[in-house]
Design a binder for this molecule. Structure first.
Ligand code: PRP
Ligand code: URA
Length: 209
C-alpha cells in the first residue's frame, strides 16, 4: 500500500493557511503556492538515491556523494499543477518537465485528458506528479495511468491538499505511488470540492474565478 507522507513543517502549515483564506488574491496565492512547492521539494527529495564519486579538493582526493541516475521529471497536471513547477525547479533545477492536461468534467466530475507531452526515457526516471488538489483522485489516477502506459515506473504524487476519498481511490488504483501532501482535509462536499480546502486552485492561481 502506498505511503501517505503528511509534510506538516510549521512553515508549510503557515503558508497553507494563507492560501486557504478567501481574502488572499491571485498575486499572493501564486507566490505562496510556489513557496510551499519549494519546501515540499526539499522533503520529497530526501529519498533521492545517491552514488559515490571520486573528486579532488584543493587538499586531497576523496570519495563523496552525488545524486544518482537520470534527471527527475516534474509532471504538472494542467492547469493548477503549473503553479507548483517553479518552486520545485528552484530546488531541482536540472529536472525536466512533462505536461499533462486533464480537467474534471463539471457534471460528471470525471477526468478528461486533453494533452500529454513527456520527455524521453520516462521509464528510467523518477517522476514527480504535482497538483495542488487531490479531490476524488480522478485526475491524478488518469495522469498516473498515462505515465505508466508510456513506461513510467517510479512515480510520486505531490499535492497541497488531499481529501480522504481521493487518497483511498489512489491507493486502490496505484498502490505503488507514494503521496506527499501538506494536509489531509475533512471530506468532499456534494460538488466534489475539498472541505475546508482552498476552493478552485486553478481559478485562484490564474484569476479565472
Ligand atoms: C482541479 C485540480 C485537480 C483536480 C482535482 O483541476 O487542480 O487537477 O481538479 O480533482 P479530482 O481529484 O476530483 O480529479 P480542474 O479540473 O479544476 O482543472 P484546472 O486545473 O484546469 O482548473
Ligand atoms: N479542484 C479544485 O481546484 N479544488 C477542489 O476542492 C476540488 C477540485
Amino acid at each position: 500500500m502506498a505511503n501517505v507522507h503528511i509534510l506538516d513543517h510549521p512553515l508549510i502549515q503557515h503558508k497553507l493557511t494563507i492560501i486557504r483564506d478567501k481574502e488572499t488574491g491571485t498575486k499572493i496565492f501564486r507566490e505562496v503556492v510556489n513557496e510551499i512547492a519549494r519546501l515540499m521539494a526539499y522533503e520529497v527529495s530526501r529519498q533521492m538515491p545517491l552514488e559515490d564519486v571520486e573528486i579532488e579538493t584543493p587538499l586531497a582526493k576523496t570519495t563523496q556523494k552525488r545524486l544518482a541516475g537520470k534527471k527527475v521529471v516534474i509532471v504538472p497536471i494542467l492547469r493548477a499543477g503549473l503553479g507548483m513547477v517553479d518552486g520545485m525547479l528552484d530546488l531541482i533545477p536540472a529536472a525536466k518537465v512533462g505536461h499533462m492536461g486533464v480537467y474534471r468534467d463539471e457534471e460528471s466530475k470525471k477526468p478528461v485528458e486533453y494533452f500529454c507531452k513527456m520527455p524521453q526515457d520516462i521509464a528510467s526516471r523518477q517522476l514527480l506528479v504535482v497538483d495542488p488538489m487531490l479531490a476524488t483522485g480522478g485526475s491524478a489516477i488518469a495522469t498516473i495511468e498515462a505515465l505508466k502506459s508510456r513506461g513510467g515506473k517510479d512515480i510520486k504524487l505531490v499535492v497541497l491538499v488531499a481529501a480522504p476519498e481521493g487518497i483511498k481511490e489512489l491507493q486502490a488504483e496505484h498502490p505503488d505511488v507514494d503521496i506527499f501532501t501538506a494536509a489531509v482535509d475533512d471530506k468532499l462536499n456534494d460538488n466534489a470540492y475539498i472541505e475546508p480546502g482552498l476552493g478552485d486552485a486553478g481559478d485562484r492561481l490564474f484569476g479565472t474565478l
